[in-house]
Design a protein around this ligand. Structure first.
Ligand SMILES: Cc1cc2nc3c(=O)[nH]c(=O)nc-3n(C[C@H](O)[C@H](O)[C@H](O)COP(=O)(O)O)c2cc1C
Length: 363
């Protein structure tokens, strides 16, 4: 199995361990770490274990169709690569390699403001599924505006505003002396782009955060006015915020707690999902990320109302384990397990995956 050797791992089960041995220790701490005691990080994963399937049998499953459309673009599976910064730290091939693997898998990928390569380099070989661009608001709105214009010009078909990061969460695994995120790591989109800050400064009675921490929902309307692309709002955990995002013009919301890296004590995204779906699911697309590792997880999230799911860390594990070939293999395995699981639960299209497919359980 030459392919397996190139990818560095052979199954979804051995991926994380293989990656842990290949990625540099301080980068691994950056990838793996969550905020605080990592309660939310753990909860994201354990939430999936609280659901079992209610399979239907002797259904004709000789053809399985996992295609869907996301904001008008046809994709081959209801999953996407969530935006993650600094992929060049995990493997020198970085985001352009992830982009090629995603393109060939026919799935969508979202690229961070803080990518190691520029958005132009990443989108250079886009296929029929144009990437999306994730924006971290910049202290200077003109810098945000230029990023949005560049992403649009580079061929991105949607934009994603991350709203759960007015300041970086407290991540003990990345304490000073660990990954030097603020200073030494180059950002592909240019030296005028700055990462969210982790150190609020105390001045008098108040802790002073950077100016973008003063942003409120009006910023979304301002962002809508500078582009014709649709906006997805990432980092929604309540029905109230989902409704507000839609009221201000969002075309989709992503239920996310940043992979447990921001507010420790935020709910597992799978628990937050039904409330958000009830609030806005009939008006806009609702996605989820956090803890999705396998094809089976995709089915659970879809059954609870997500239109698609984002995958975070496993993409970096695959990149670290085997570069571009690793990401290709991971996406292949994920898609294959999704199709296999659909056959085993007796659902042949994504539209047939509904709430009747899952039950809460104590096992
Ligand atoms: C190493 C790393 C870097 C990330 N960088 C970003 C980022 O630049 N922008 C963003 O919106 N989210 C970022 N995230 C959060 C992811 O988009 C996503 O919400 C999260 O990883 C999903 O959880 P999972 O890792 O359990 O799949 C990052 C996550 C990780 C693990």
């Amino acid at each position: 199995m030459e392919r397996t050797t190139e990818a560095g791992f052979s199954t979804l089960s051995d991926l994380e361990e293989v990656a842990s041995k290949r990625v540099l220790e301080h980068v691994w701490a950056y990838v793996q770490g969550g905020a605080g005691e990592e309660r939310t990080l753990g909860a994201n994963r354990s939430a999936f274990r609280q659901w079992t399937f209610r399979p239907r049998t002797l259904v004709d499953v000789s053809r399985i169709d996992t295609n869907i459309s996301l904001l008008g673009t046809m994709v081959r599976a209801p999953l996407f690569v969530s935006p993650m910064a600094y992929q060049g730290q995990v493997h020198p091939v970085g985001e352009p390699a992830v982009a090629r693997a995603a393109r060939d898998a026919g799935i969508l990928a979202v690229y961070s403001t803080l990518s190691s390569f520029s958005i132009e380099e990443i989108t250079r070989n886009s296929g029929s599924v144009p990437p999306w661009f994730q924006l971290y608001l910049q202290p200077d709105f003109e810098v945000s505006r230029r990023l949005v214009e560049r992403a649009e010009k580079a061929g991105c078909s949607a934009l994603m505003l991350t709203v759960d990061t007015p300041v970086l969460g407290v991540r003990d695994r990345q304490a000073p002396g660990g990954f030097a995120i603020d200073s030494t790591v180059p950002i592909g989109n240019g030296s005028d782009v700055v990462p969210p800050s982790r150190s609020p400064m105390e001045q008098g009675k108040f802790y002073r955060l950077r100016s973008e921490a003063g942003s409120t929902w009006d910023i979304l309307e301002e962002l809508l006015s500078i582009t014709r692309l649709p906006w997805v709002v990432k980092g929604i955990l309540t029905g109230d915020d989902a409704r507000t995002a839609v009221h201000h013009g969002a075309k989709a919301v992503l239920v996310s707690n940043h992979g447990g890296r921001q507010l420790d004590g935020a709910p597992a995204t799978l628990h937050a999902l039904p409330e958000v779906v009830d609030a806005v699911g009939s008006e806009v697309e609702v996605y989820l990320d956090g803890g999705v590792r396998r094809g089976l997880d995709i089915l659970v999230a879809l059954a609870l109302g997500a239109k698609a799911v984002g995958v975070g860390r496993p993409i970096l594990w695959a990149l670290g384990a085997g570069g571009e070939e690793g990401v290709r293999r991971y996406l292949d395995l994920l898609k294959l397990e999704l199709a296999t699981s659909m056959a085993l639960v007796g659902r042949t299209t994504i539209a047939e995956v509904d709430r009747s497919l899952v039950a809460k359980t104590d096992i």
